[in-house]
Write a protein that binds this ligand. Structure first.
Ligand code: ADP
Ligand code: MG
Length: 345
C-alpha cells in the first residue's frame, strides 16, 4: 500500500517516538512509505500536493528502530495526496485547522486516519465534556464556560474540596491545575486569568472545571483504541507533587491490565469513536472515568512496547492493510466500504 504520514519534521523525531515505530513497520513490510509536514502541503492546478519525503522502497531495513532512524534512505518527491491509499495523521497538537481543509479535498479518495470529520469534532476537550453519557456513567462532572461568575459559583456550590481546571484546547498537561476551595481568595483571580488573560491575542477563552476524580494521585490509564477496541493500556503516574500524569509533564509509566469494567467502558466509548471515524485514539481514564480522548497523534506506544515486550505497531499496520484491501475490493464493485466489516485480531 501507499501510505503517507502527515507529521512533524524528521529532525524532531526522537528515539522513543511512536510514529517512528509505524514508519519502521511499514517500510519493513515493503510498503511505499512517505512522510510530509503540514508546511509542505500545497495546491497545484486544483490538486492537493505534498512535497513528500519518500522512503526508498525495498531498502535493507534494520530490525532496530534506532538504527533505521539513523540509516534509512529517503528522497523528496512532489506527490498528489489523492494517490496514496492511506494518509495517517500524526501531527502534534495544536492542530492547524487549514490542514483539515487540505485533507477535506482528498478524503473521498484516500483512507484518512483519523477521519477529517472526527478530527474536527474531537479537536478540543468539548468533545469529551459533551460525550453522550445519559446515565452519567463514565464522564466526570464537567463544566465549560467563559463566564467567570458562573464558574466561581460552580466551585462554591461543589461538595468537593478540590476541582480540576484546564484550558479547553490544552495538551500535554499544560495549564491543568487543582483548585482548592480553601484557597478562596485566589479563585476569582485564577478564573479571570484562565478566561480573560491567558491568550496571546487577548481574546477570552473557555475554561473547563471538572470534578477531581478520586484516585488520580495514583495516576491515569492511557488506553490505545483501534477501531473501537482497547488493544493495550499503560498506567502513567504523576511526579511527586504534581496532579498531571502526562509523560511530557514528568509522569512515569507502569504496566497495566485493564479491568473488566474498564474494558466494558472502553468498548462503549469505542462505538462512538468508530461512528466518528476516530479509528485510532488514546483514551485517558481515571478509575473508569473518561478524562480525555486523544485523536491527533496519541503517543506512548514505545513505552507500552517496552513494558509488555511487544510491538503494538504491528496491530495498527495490520489494520491499515486490511482496511485498504477492503476499500479496494469495495471500489472494484462500485460500493462504499462498510467499515463494520473490519475486525481487529
Ligand atoms: N478531573 C480530573 N481529576 C484528576 N486528575 C485529572 C483530571 N483531569 C485531568 N487530570 C490529570 O491531568 C492530566 C492531563 O489532563 P487532560 O485532561 O488529559 O489534558 P491534556 O490534554 O493536557 O493531557 C490527566 O492525565 C490527569 O493526570
Ligand atoms: Mg491527556
Amino acid at each position: 500500500m501507499k501510505i503517507c504520514f502527515l507529521m512533524y519534521p524528521w529532525e524532531r523525531v526522537t528515539k522513543g517516538d511512536s510514529t517512528l515505530r509505524f514508519i519502521h513497520e511499514s517500510v519493513k513490510r515493503g510498503h511505499e512509505v512517505s512522510m510530509v509536514t503540514p508546511e509542505r502541503l500545497s495546491i497545484r492546478d486544483s490538486v492537493t500536493m505534498g512535497n513528500c519525503e519518500v522512503f526508498t522502497k525495498n531498502q535493507k531495513v534494520s530490525s532496530s528502530v534506532t538504527s533505521f532512524q539513523q540509516n534509512c534512505e529517503k528522497s523528496f518527491k512532489f506527490l498528489p495526496l489523492a494517490e496514496f491509499d492511506v494518509v495517517f495523521m500524526r501531527a502534534n497538537p495544536p492542530l492547524d485547522p487549514f490542514v483539515l481543509n487540505f485533507l477535506d479535498s482528498i478524503k473521498d479518495d484516500v483512507f484518512v486516519m483519523n477521519a477529517v470529520r472526527g478530527l474536527r469534532e474531537a479537536n478540543n476537550k468539548i468533545y469529551t465534556a459533551a460525550y453522550y453519557d445519559p446515565e452519567q456513567e463514565f464522564i466526570p462532572k464537567t463544566y465549560v464556560s467563559k463566564d467567570v461568575d458562573y464558574l466561581q459559583q460552580i466551585i462554591e456550590e461543589s461538595d468537593q474540596e478540590q476541582m480540576i481546571m484546564k484550558p479547553l484546547d490544552g495538551y500535554g498537561g499544560k495549564g491543568v491545575i487543582v483548585i482548592e476551595k480553601s484557597a478562596s481568595k485566589n479563585i476569582k483571580s485564577l478564573l479571570d486569568y484562565y478566561v480573560n488573560s491567558s491568550t496571546k491575542d487577548g481574546k477570552s477563552q473557555y475554561a473547563i472545571l471538572q470534578e477531581y476524580i478520586e484516585g488520580a494521585e495514583n495516576g491515569d490509564v492511557r488506553v490505545f483504541m483501534l477501531h473501537g477496541e482497547p488493544i493495550g493500556a499503560l498506567r502513567r503516574v504523576p511526579s511527586k507533587g504534581d496532579v498531571r500524569s502526562n509523560i511530557s509533564a514528568g509522569g512515569t509509566t507502569e504496566k497495566y491490565k485493564l479491568s473488566k469494567e474498564e474494558i466494558r467502558v472502553c468498548r462503549k466509548i469505542g462505538e462512538k469513536l468508530v461512528r466518528d471515524g476516530l479509528f485510532f485514539a488514546g483514551l485517558d481514564l481515571i478509575g473508569s472515568k473518561l478524562v480525555e480522548v486523544n485523536v491527533l497523534s496519541p503517543g506512548a506506544i514505545t513505552e507500552y512496547n517496552r513494558l509488555n515486550k511487544t510491538k503494538l505497531q504491528i496491530k495498527i499496520i495490520d489494520y491499515l492493510e486490511k482496511t485498504v484491501k477492503a476499500r479496494k475490493e469495495a471500489l472494484a464493485k462500485n460500493n462504499n466500504i462498510d467499515m463494520n466489516s473490519i475486525t481487529i485480531d
